[in-house]
Design a protein around this ligand. Structure first.
Ligand code: GDP
Length: 476
């Protein structure tokens, strides 16, 4: 386990002993072998003792037990695990019951516990208590939500890293640097007669620039966070019949994709998500791109153009020099919406006619691509290399740069870090350009530090919690 952020950086709250005991199913409703019911709060053990036969005598040990309702009727045979405060997820006395799944059983177990004095938990309330009791910090709580909501392996990996507390540590250390800078300025004022002489302005400036640089680097990770959350748009473009749909399907098959149809006509575009280890790719199969006369077809081509304009990567497909030149000319003419995204020349149907090296060089020249790759939807040749190449192009060097660094995954993070950066720049401008006294300009450093404190929940923890838990599911 990675160590938690130091106590000093923890939310300024003393352990909370909430007076209410809460209960909720922690698993999604519906048919399933098992379900988990959670109970937490000061009376959870008393309620459990009354409802469970036998009561688990050992903490953190799975015990086979039965749940009974108020009349003494058995509702289910369960595996019960008891946790004693503070050694639990919430930091409170709690209980986890693994019940049988399905629509009825866990609901009756929850009802029996409510009948004995627990109340139904609100969304995210267990995690909220964990934060208030110092078990998790606020970005770790967000990561818990992100992990539950993860729709791709990339999102899962980023959330897991955030769960380690990396983002909080990074923000806390930036805040500490700002406070050190403020202290340096204050020292200069308080002890101007010190033997060492006043702190050199050059040193203050150097520290300021170091903080600006660090904040800029952290802010730059927001793009990666967005890519991981939303996926990168990859457009398959080319003349009719060059094998676009076959490539689309083959790439999806290759990756066991989550397919999501986009409403529209058959000449519109269809979109599906290919989950690569680094980034989800939103693959779009466009209508054949060529001059269209028929109005319905023209609509399809316009859709293509608008997709190409928004693409992170464009696959310019062709099964011959002629068709590659055709798509190259269409993209060049702006029929593809004048994308500035990287283009990959994809030589399709390589099983029919494998391109020579010269053909591939020509394909790059014809389409304005930096890379060219032969693929066959029929045999699968080249598909994996294509996915790897596209994932790399879609993310630029962002993922490599941020491989071990914390990433800003939410608008809340981006806003706070952006504001802190503005404030530090403002301090520099006020002091160096507008020549205000350094102590006056330093109010901006205070603002920057406070903004970072808000981000990690070091102040006004309740307000931030309201915002964070608004979208949590019940039982988490
Ligand atoms: P689109 O109009 O560009 O979407 O092209 P399609 O995917 O519909 O393919 C057009 C034709 O080419 C179909 O008859 C496909 O079976 C054929 N085709 C597509 N990809 C391949 C391939 O990799 N190898 C071979 N041999 N035929 C292919």
């Amino acid at each position: 386990m990675t160590p938690s952020p130091s106590e000093r950086e923890r939310p300024r709250t003393s352990p909370i002993q909430s007076s209410e005991t809460i209960v909720a199913p922690a698993t999604a409703p519906g048919r399933g072998a098992l379900a988990v019911v959670r109970l937490s709060g000061p009376n959870s053990h008393a309620i459990g003792r009354a409802a469970l036969h036998p009561w688990p005598e050992q903490a953190r040990t799975a015990t086979l037990s039965r749940v009974r309702d108020l009349s003494g009727a058995t509702l289910d045979q369960v595996v019960a695990i008891r946790y004693d405060a503070p050694a639990s997820f919430t930091g409170e006395d709690s209980l986890e019951l693994i019940t049988h799944g399905g629509a009825v059983v866990s609901a009756t177990v929850v009802a029996a516990l409510v009948a004995r004095g627990a109340r139904l938990a609100r969304p995210g309330e267990f995690t909220r208590r964990a934060v208030l009791n110092g078990k998790l910090d606020i970005t770790q709580a967000e990561a818990t939500g992100d992990l539950v909501d993860a729709g791709s392996r990339a999102a899962q990996a980023v959330a897991l890293r955030q769960l380690d507390g990396g983002l909080t540590r990074r923000v806390a250390s930036l805040r500490a640097e700002l406070i050190a800078l403020e202290a340096m300025i204050a020292y200069d004022i308080d002890f101007p007669e010190e033997d060492d002489g006043p702190i050199q302005p050059a040193r203050i400036l150097q520290q300021t620039d170091a903080v600006v640089d660090a904040l800029e680097r952290l802010l730059a990770t927001a793009r990666t966070g967005q890519l991981v959350r939303e996926g990168a748009l990859v457009v398959i473009a080319g003349a009719p019949n060059v094998g676009k749909s076959s490539l689309f399907n083959a790439l999806l098959g290759e990756s066991r994709a989550i397919v999501t149809d986009i409403p529209g006509t058959t000449r519109d575009a269809i979109e599906a998500v290919v989950d690569t280890p680094t980034v989800p790719l939103r693959l779009v199969d466009t209508a054949g791109m060529r001059d269209a006369v028929d109005p319905v077809e023209r609509m399809g081509v316009q859709v293509s153009a608008s997709y190409v304009a928004r693409a992170a990567v464009v696959l310019a497909c062709g099964d011959s020099p002629v068709s590659l030149r055709q798509i190259g000319a269409t993209l060049e003419a702006g029929g593809g919406g004048r994308s500035r995204a990287p283009i990959v020349a994809v030589w399709t149907k390589s099983d029919l006619a494998a391109p020579s090296n010269e053909d591939l060089v020509d394909a790059r020249a014809a389409t304005g691509a930096e890379n060219s790759i032969p693929v066959s939807a029929e045999t699968g040749a080249g598909l994996e290399s294509l996915l790897t190449l596209v994932a790399r192009l879609a993310t630029g060097d962002a993922l490599e740069l941020h491989a071990d660094a914390p990433i800003l995954t939410r608008e809340r993070h981006r806003y706070a870090v952006g504001r802190a950066l503005d404030e530090v720049r403002e301090f520099r401008a006020a002091w160096c350009e507008r020549e205000l006294p350094v102590t006056v300009a330093a109010v901006h450093l205070r603002e920057a530090a406070t903004t970072l404190e808000d981000l990690i929940g070091a102040v006004d923890v309740e307000d931030v919690l309201d915002e964070v838990f608004r979208r949590f599911c019940v039982g988490k």
